[in-house]
Ligand binder design. Structure first.
Ligand SMILES: Cc1cc2nc3c(=O)[nH]c(=O)nc-3n(C[C@H](O)[C@H](O)[C@H](O)COP(=O)(O)OP(=O)(O)OC[C@H]3O[C@@H](n4cnc5c(N)ncnc54)[C@H](O)[C@@H]3O)c2cc1C
Length: 377
């Protein structure tokens, strides 16, 4: 057993860190303030081969590992969560279902543009009346004359409403006791993309309600077997949790880095505040919790890469890192004093960005249910 990251993973981490610090950090506050989707940055992510890290090269991906993907997400979140969630939702939720369940024709048709970042993928599971209880799907799809006719609504969907959004993969009830996944392309008549939400954080990412009214898509847009939707989305969410856990690690690391560097600069009572024991214990506790959360996250990615069962570890990583990110960003604001409450300091944005990590992709309570079930409770 050893804990060194493979050379290729270390190289990717270095590359993403340099890119994030050079090209995202200087503009993150502005995008957040203007609530503007970062098209220019997403284009660069595509050029750097980061928009399809874990997918095979034959389909346009980078042929990388889940661990590499987690490291890239971590490094992006260390600097900016909006960019990170855009890549994360695109990869884990938008592209993954097409890779896992798509026919060779569907893969050939969608994957190259998605992996290059020319198009963004979205995943529409949550509904106004079905969030944690995601199997309680109300959206319906009826087969009529070789087409699915879709009626219903989706809530809080990431990446569906940008100028480069290509499709959303949705769950729909295709029979009384049957849920299936369907691909709906942007621009399909009857598919309406609502106005972006005004959010607490992730301000530069795209989140919208979607509605479907007599929306017709070809029968071939069924993703995987008819009736396989429930099993499929649970599988997608399991993988998604590794990405969101990596976001928690990155955000906590970013908060710790900012807090440490500020504490060494800021002086009070004639000395840097980093000399005060109460500040030191905050930093020491965060660094320790962070190491534990990081190991759990890397282990979940490693288990997946080894082809082993990773559901329990991914849920544990998601639960641990989301809570840590909330705490770490709060402590980082505290270390900054009044300046932490001012938007030009990154910790202010980090604090607003953290909370959703205990909600999206399964709330903390849902992770606890998954973990308790795995324990046999
Ligand atoms: C910014 C953002 C982006 C998102 N992006 C996407 C996306 O791209 N695609 C997508 O499909 N969804 C997306 N979501 C939706 C997200 O996954 C849901 O908000 C989340 O799963 C919770 O569902 P809900 O909001 O309906 O809350 P509810 O399910 O109504 O939960 C409310 C509260 O009840 C608790 N609760 C519910 N059931 C139980 C239970 N059995 N035991 C104990 N407690 C319980 C919850 O933990 C929570 O505290 C996004 C959400 C946000 C905020």
């Amino acid at each position: 057993m050893h804990f060194d990251l493979p050379d290729d993973a270390q190289a990717l981490r270095r590359m993403v860190r340099e890119f994030a610090e050079a090209e995202i950090a200087p503009v993150a506050e502005r995008y957040d303030r203007e609530k503007r989707f970062p098209y220019e940055i997403v284009k660069r992510l595509g050029e750097l081969d980061l928009m399809g890290i874990p997918f095979p090269q034959a389909l346009g991906g980078a042929g990388g590992t889940t661990l590499q993907y987690a490291l890239a997400v971590e490094e992006l979140t260390r600097v900016d969560s909006s960019v990170a969630i855009t890549l994360c939702a695109h990869t884990s939720l938008g592209t993954q279902p097409i890779y896992l369940f798509g026919s060779p024709e569907q893969q050939a048709s969608y994957m190259p543009d998605l992996c290059a970042g020319r198009k963004l993928g979205a995943f529409g599971l949550t509904e106004p009346e079905a969030g944690s209880d995601a199997g309680n799907v109300h959206t319906r799809a009826i087969l009529d004359d070789g087409e699915w006719v879709i009626d219903g609504a989706k809530q809080f969907i990431t990446n569906a409403g940008t100028e480069i959004s290509g499709h959303v993969a949705i769950t729909a009830r295709t029979g009384e006791h049957e849920i299936s996944n369907l691909i709906v392309e942007t621009g399909t008549p009857g598919y309406d993309i609502g106005q972006p939400y005004r959010k607490m954080g992730w301000n530069a990412s795209d989140t919208r309600p979607l509605s479907f009214q007599g929306c017709r898509v070809p029968e071939r847009n069924l993703l995987g077997p008819r009736g396989g939707g429930l099993k499929q989305f649970l599988q997608v969410l399991d993988i998604g949790r590794i990405g969101v856990a990596a976001m928690g690690v990155g955000l906590a690391q970013g908060a710790l880095d900012q807090a440490l560097s500020y504490a060494k600069e800021r002086r009070a009572f004639g000395q840097p505040i980093s000399r005060f024991q109460t500040i030191q214990t905050k930093l020491a506790d965060l660094a320790t919790e962070l190491e534990a959360a990081r190991l759990l996250t890397y282990k979940s990615a490693w288990l997946k890469d080894e082809g082993r069962n990773f559901s329990l570890t991914a849920a544990q990583a998601k639960l641990k890192t989301g809570r840590l990110a909330v705490r770490a960003t709060e402590e980082a604001v505290q270390v900054h004093g009044g300046y932490g409450y001012i938007e030009e300091y990154p910790v202010c944005r980090f604090y607003r960005d953290a909370k959703v990590l205990t909600i999206g992709e399964g709330t903390d309570e849902v992770q606890q249910l998954v973990i308790a079930r795995a324990l046999g409770a």
